[in-house]
Design a protein around this ligand. Structure first.
Ligand SMILES: C[S@@+](CC[C@H](N)C(=O)[O-])C[C@H]1O[C@@H](n2cnc3c(N)ncnc32)[C@H](O)[C@@H]1O
Ligand SMILES: [Zn+2]
Ligand SMILES: [Zn+2]
Length: 442
């Protein structure tokens, strides 16, 4: 696994004393990503700023000298005014002076006085959805490079209504654009919120969902279905036993399960694509944080619980025993069309995989140490991704533009998460700021 070269300019804003468990970088995500090595993280889970939640604040100067006003001097502005308008110093009108001044500042990407980098308003304030999509494509293009070839990207996106009442469709616009950029879109997971934000609308439904898109670089990616399988429901078990019959919407009659379960009464099923998770998360911040329970399955399925090869980053995988419980008869429709699963009216086609983990094995031949997998969140905000990573024994990297969020939310929260664990408390390198906001992670 390529590790970050400490001699390079990229300096963490905060990190655990082992330099590995948690590392936070402050800055524009794209700039930071560009300095991370190829294939240096196993999975990415993130919630970028939503488009349209506009922040009309002034541009920010990154790495700025606090004393520098990031402005040209009066003489410089005057000189430019005179040159471009052919005027004498006394002839320059105040508005001409102001226009020239802001034109000069607008043309700067770097402050010539102190070398600070200018970032325009945060992501999310782009003028059009198309521009926002382009920003996302560029950013995730860099994520693609940083992600291990067997890795996964779990992208949470919310939608907004335009001023004309039109649903913008941001999540799918971004999803299709990333697909066009080379990502394989594997799934649209629905995050169902059982108690959504109340809305005063009477001419449409109250919105109670968001998307999590699962993207990969290639098939054969790491995905630990075992880690997130759900308990079989009562009805599921009954159907498995009785070979139930079911009429689908088009009236096709299907012979269902004739599965022999053996002597095992309870088995588990593959996690479904609609996830019900209540949206209340961390209350210490005023911006959208995602609930730990939402991303727990992403990290569990997307990274190996056992860890990975210290040399090449290849994840260890489960050695399982047992077999898939297959149906003896495919249903009529599938038989007729020869399609695999399509139109199968039985909901439980691949359910009932009766497996037991008996050990773990490497996927490479390096014969090196086993180290924790690495999770990356390029928009770490209040630190949720790092906190959940800690609780699952994964290493994590977080990036955020806002020093404010890092200082007042992410760092104290992550420190609290470490201090709550006797075996990890020593990793909090320096005394963390007191966390007096929010509640503890579940
Ligand atoms: C929706 S919040 C992420 C919340 C996070 N998932 C959590 O649970 O706390 C988006 C974050 O992106 C950050 N952000 C906005 N533009 C950015 C940029 N260009 N680079 C890095 N971070 C940025 C914001 O400061 C904000 O913290
Ligand atoms: Zn400056
Ligand atoms: Zn290896």
């Amino acid at each position: 696994m390529p590790s970050i070269d400490a001699t390079k300019t990229l300096v963490p804003y905060w990190q655990t004393s082992d330099h590995n468990t948690v590392r936070l970088y402050q800055g524009n995500s794209l700039d930071v990503l560009k300095q991370l090595p190829d294939q240096s993280v196993h999975m990415v889970v993130t919630s970028p700023p939503y488009w349209g939640l506009r922040d009309y604040g002034t541009s920010q100067w990154i790495g700025s000298n606090l004393d520098c006003p990031h402005q040209p001097t009066k003489a410089e502005v005057l000189h430019k005014c005179m040159r471009s308008n052919n005027l004498t110093p006394g002839g320059v009108h105040r508005s001409q002076f102001e226009n020239e001044r802001s034109r000069i500042v607008a043309s700067w990407k770097i402050c010539p006085k102190c070398g600070a980098k200018k970032t325009d308003a945060q992501i999310g304030s782009e003028a059009t959805p198309q521009q926002f999509v382009q920003v996302m494509v560029t950013l995730f293009h860099e994520v693609y490079r940083v992600l291990h070839n067997n890795g996964t990207l779990w992208l949470n996106l919310g939608d907004t209504y335009s001023s004309g009442g039109n649903l913008v469709g941001i999540p799918w616009r971004v999803a299709l654009a990333l697909q066009a950029d080379g990502w394989i879109l594997r799934q649209d997971i629905i995050w169902h919120k059982p108690s959504p934000m109340p809305e005063s609308v009477r001419n449409r439904c109250t919105k109670s969902h968001e998307y999590i898109f699962l993207f990969v670089k290639k098939m054969g990616y790491f995905y630990d279905a075992e880690a997130i399988k759900s308990p079989a429901t009562e009805s599921h078990l009954n159907r498995q036993k009785s070979g139930y019959h079911y009429n689908d919407e088009e009236g096709r009659k299907s012979a269902g399960a004739n599965t022999i379960i053996g002597n095992r009464e309870i088995f588990t099923s593959n996690k479904r694509s609609v996830w019900t998770v209540s949206s209340q998360g961390y209350s210490g911040s005023h911006f959208a944080t995602y609930p730990p329970k939402l991303i727990e399955p992403c990290i569990k399925a997307g990274t190996s619980e056992k860890g990975c090869c210290a040399r090449c980053g290849g994840p260890w995988v489960r050695v399982v025993e047992g077999k898939k419980l297959t149906r003896e008869r495919p249903n009529d429709y599938v038989k007729r069309t020869g399609e695999n699963g399509t139109g199968n009216s039985c909901a439980n086609t691949v359910a009932g995989v009766d497996v037991k983990t008996v050990g773990w094995k490497p996927t490479c031949k390096c014969n090196a140490d086993v180290v924790p997998c690495v999770v990356l969140d390029p928009f770490i905000g209040s630190g949720t991704t790092c906190c959940v990573s800690i609780s699952l024994g994964r290493n994590s990297i977080g990036i955020d533009l806002s020093k404010q969020y890092l200082d007042h939310n992410a760092i104290p929260r992550i420190s609290g998460e470490l201090l709550a664990r006797p075996s990890l408390a020593h990793l909090v390198g320096r005394k963390p700021k007191r966390l007096n906001l929010g509640k503890k992670l579940a």
